[in-house]
Design a protein around this ligand. Structure first.
Ligand SMILES: [Zn+2]
Ligand SMILES: [Zn+2]
Length: 315
């Protein structure tokens, strides 16, 4: 993978890290990458120090990064700085399930195509390319796929990324406001990172203040031509296309249709037309179709048949 195999380990496959030399684990709130303890000290150039000390002819000591393992160190740091939530520490494209649990050959909705398109996009992606706006019901695996994308970009390709849950961003900004810290610093850091992932866009109380913050962040990234990825539980398209909403009533949250009803509200209803039109300009669009909540999927015996998908397409 990094051209190190065979140098660091000979005739041996590490069952702990599968010869990547790092593992990822939950640590507090975040996912972290760290050296595989079985491999760490096998770098025969630097003895696992990561740097090499050498003496010049004039007797000055110099310190340089180890050419063999410092690249991995840097990529692990990028993964850690991306701040994936701890529960997604091991999510990659290989562990994403696209088939029904009760019938291994039965596709679930358009997940096979979504997974295939995203994986291939992650392989060819460079910062500055369009982001992805991924819409689908709760529990369809959107965050798993975004976490896999982050993992690919940081650990495999060495790009700087940042992942943030939208509601977490809002609570950080509110906290900064209440304690009179500078919320502009928080926005500016997110506005300038080369690749930003915003999970669950539209979730929140939808106050004018919240909308102005989203607008500012997205405008800055739009103007800077920076790659931005979004997931949302809300439908794309305008509210005019939505099925007619039922009158307000008491809602049974255990009702199996409850989550589908949530999805009737559009992203435009949540964040406004201006922001949504920006997103369509910045992103390729993926809609996950006909996929039941994966928590229900495990229990269900029968599934809807996979429907033909719309691949990356602008609505
Ligand atoms: Zn190992
Ligand atoms: Zn080394």
């Amino acid at each position: 993978m990094y051209g190190l195999k065979g140098k660091l380990q000979s005739n041996h496959t590490c069952q702990n890290c599968f010869d990547t030399y790092y593992i990822t684990a939950p640590k507090g709130d975040w996912a972290v990458a760290q050296w595989c303890k079985s491999c760490r000290f096998r770098c025969d150039i630097c003895n696992g120090e990561g740097v090499i000390f050498s003496s010049r002819p004039d007797r000055y000591q110099t310190v340089t990064d180890c050419p063999q393992c410092s690249g991995i160190e840097r990529r692990m740091k990028l993964f850690n700085e991306a701040k994936l939530p701890a529960r997604y520490h091991d999510k990659d494209f290989g562990s994403f399930s696209t088939y029904s649990d009760d019938a291994a050959t039965r596709k679930v909705g358009n997940l096979v195509e979504v997974h295939h398109d995203l994986y291939n996009y992650a392989l060819e992606f460079v910062p500055g390319s369009p982001g992805v706006l991924m819409a689908g019901n709760v529990g369809t695996g959107k965050t798993h796929l975004m976490a896999a994308f982050v993992r690919q970009l940081t650990l495999e390709k060495g790009f700087q990324c940042r992942f943030i849950e939208f509601s977490h961003l809002l609570s950080k900004l509110r906290e900064a406001y209440e304690t009179r810290q500078n919320s502009i610093d928080i926005i500016n850091r997110l506005a300038t990172v080369p690749v930003l992932f915003i999970d669950e866009l539209g979730k929140g109380r939808k106050t004018d203040w919240e909308l102005s913050i989203i607008d500012e962040l997205i405008s800055k990234r739009y103007n800077g031509c920076l790659s931005t990825f979004f997931t949302t539980n809300y439908r794309l398209g305008s509210s005019r296309d939505a099925p007619r909403k039922k009158k307000a009533r008491v809602v049974d949250t255990h009702d199996k249709d409850f989550k589908n009803q949530l999805f009737l509200e559009t992203l435009e209803d949540r964040v406004g037309q201006r922001i949504v039109s920006r997103l369509f300009e910045m992103c390729q669009v993926i809609e996950i179709e006909d996929v039941p909540d994966y928590r229900q999927r495990r229990m269900q015996k029968s599934h809807t048949q996979g429907r033909k998908l719309g691949r990356f397409s602008k609505p």
